[in-house]
Design a protein around this ligand. Structure first.
Ligand code: SF4
Length: 160
């Protein structure tokens, strides 16, 4: 059975930076019941506490963090880069262990966002780009969807 990597916050786990969750969602619950879901919160896996200060990537995107051109910083300038990288590597390890080809990651997150992230000014502005984990998984061949694209993910699953 094809497994799917899923952001823990989308499963209703209270791991968001603000101590909340972003789910659950019925399709994800159904995939959980089938035993397909492998869950991770990259930021918590990387060692960050919950709650934690929000972080963004000033002047870049997830790929820029991997290539050393940008850092993951809080509004106060605390550097979360190594924790974000470590959590993303753990997500990739799960992908490789379970031969995962589809991920459902939380939209707009500096770790999990697959199409948009915040612009690094902590002003709520979103820009095109990927978070640190999404960038790594995409470059290892994973199809990354968000909770806003669950129908598309379901179709992709049937096409594997
Ligand atoms: S968006 Fe990703 S990093 Fe943020 S709480 Fe959800 S699973 Fe964790």
């Amino acid at each position: 059975m094809e497994k799917i990597l899923v952001s823990r916050c989308l499963l209703g786990h209270k791991v968001r930076y603000d101590g909340g969750a972003s789910g659950p969602f019925d399709p994800l619950a159904a995939w959980q019941a089938e035993g397909r879901v492998v869950a991770i919160c990259p930021e918590v896996a990387g060692g960050l506490p919950t709650p934690r200060p929000p972080a963004e990537i000033p002047g870049g995107q997830g790929i820029d963090v991997w290539e050393g051109r940008a850092q993951v910083l809080t509004a106060e300038g605390e550097d979360f880069t190594s924790a974000f990288l470590d959590g993303a590597r753990q997500a990739l390890a799960l992908v490789q262990r379970h031969h995962i080809r589809i991920a459902i990651l939380k939209a707009n997150s500096p770790s999990c966002g697959n199409l948009l992230t915040h612009d690094g000014t902590f002003s709520g502005v979103k820009v095109s780009g990927e978070g640190v984990t999404a960038a790594l998984l995409k470059r290892h061949g994973v199809q990354v969807f968000s909770e806003l694209e669950l129908p598309q993910a379901a179709i992709a699953l049937t096409q594997l």
